[in-house]
Design a protein around this ligand. Structure first.
Ligand code: PPS
Length: 357
């Protein structure tokens, strides 16, 4: 049909060879465009506060809430670049998208920033009994005034048997977050992905530097007085890693048994092992296993073998696994010393030695 259309309208009937060439050229152009669209949208599995915004989604968003809603329900892109409105990729997820109800989350990944929170959410959401918001709602820190109906509206539809999840890493260090979450439900399950606080701080700084190249050096920001070893605990990149202090605040509202700690280091070396424990904690059947992961040598991280019913990308985006800024060994040693007593108290409290020292 297309060939006939072109031959009858565009090219004079006498020139058969050039008509055929024109038709082939049109086909090639369309195919190139299709490939480009696929590549353009295949940059990252996921977006978050720390990630670059999803380019396809930005094209389709206007007002803030609408954008968040679209982003949260649109994680992958269709080949044309239009958002694919699936919150989850599983068949059960697709069913729930039509028939379920929006519910407040049963489980929240509350921290920590740069701990590996995106990896945990993306890995757990391949479970058919889990559905999650793609982006960070920041409800319990920045958007609390919008109310629970607004928050619920961001959630994907779920069947009764499914768990609703979100992740916002800044909750862990937000003073009001534990009280607010417990007022939503005292049964909310909390997941905290923790990582060596020194590496975490460097990761945090590397991310900020990528957005604001003019900031002072890590060393200048980290110390009030370096020769005296006086660390600046008012700098967020340092403060976030004092895990025990933040945890004490959570423990005023939630029992320890309701908080699960994921090792950010083990998440990279043994993602299946960490995910097995997350599934146990959430009361889920162990469906996400080592069969779902492979180690991507180029990326240097575990990636998903195949997001179900999609052939789209399998590794996290470029903002995950950045090359860190080089920091003097002496600075690293001083920070290790600084964190040691906090780490030890944290290990004692949670009953697990994360071996950061
Ligand atoms: N599978 C896989 N792929 C890529 N990256 C992985 C993975 N597992 C854990 N990580 C580590 O996650 C770190 C980013 O943490 P978050 O996702 O919590 O960051 S953020 O707070 O949402 O910005 C990120 O930190 P950096 O390496 O410093 O970039 C990663 O080390």
């Amino acid at each position: 049909m297309a060939y006939r259309f072109l031959t009858s309208r565009v090219v004079p009937s006498s020139n058969r060879l050039s008509r055929r060439s024109l038709f082939i050229a049109t086909l090639c152009l369309s195919f190139t465009y299709l490939c480009y669209s696929l590549l353009f949208c295949s940059d990252a599995i996921m977006q978050s506060e720390g990630d670059e915004p999803h380019r396809c989604l930005l094209l389709h968003s206007a007002a803030a809430t609408k954008k968040l809603l679209q982003k949260s329900s649109s994680y992958y892109c269709t080949p044309s670049g239009a958002p694919d409105r699936r919150s989850n990729s599983s068949a059960a997820g697709a069913g729930a998208a039509k028939f379920g109800n929006k519910k407040l989350p049963n489980a929240i990944i509350v921290g920590v920033k740069k701990g590996g929170t995106r990896a945990v959410l993306e890995f757990i959401r391949i479970h058919p009994d889990v559905r999650a918001v793609g982006t960070e709602p920041h409800f319990f820190d920045r958007n609390y005034d919008r109310g629970f109906d607004w928050y619920r509206g961001l959630m994907p539809r779920t069947l009764d048997s499914q768990i609703t999840m979100e992740k916002t890493p800044s909750y862990f260090v937000t003073r009001e977050a534990p009280r607010r979450i417990s007022s939503m439900s005292r049964n909310t399950k909390l997941i905290v992905v923790v990582r060596n606080p020194v590496t975490r701080a460097i990761s945090d700084y590397t991310q900020t530097l990528s957005k604001k190249p003019d900031i002072p050096t890590f060393e200048v920001l980290a110390f009030k007085n370096k020769s005296l070893g006086l660390v600046d605990t008012s700098w967020n990149a340092i403060r976030i890693g004092m895990y025990i202090l933040h945890l004490e605040n959570w423990l005023q509202y939630f029992p320890l048994s309701q908080i699960h700690f994921v090792s950010g280091e083990m998440l990279i070396t043994d993602p299946a092992g960490e995910l097995a424990r997350v599934q146990d904690f959430l009361g889920l059947k162990r469906i996400v296993t080592d069969k779902h992961f492979y180690f991507n040598k180029t990326k240097g991280f575990p990636c998903l073998k195949k997001p179900e019913s999609s052939s789209l990308p399998r590794c996290l985006g470029k903002s995950k696994g950045r090359t860190h800024v080089q920091i003097d060994q002496e600075v690293i040693e001083k920070l290790r010393e600084f964190y040691r007593p906090y780490n030890i108290k944290f290990y004692e409290m949670v009953g697990h030695d994360f071996r950061w020292d």
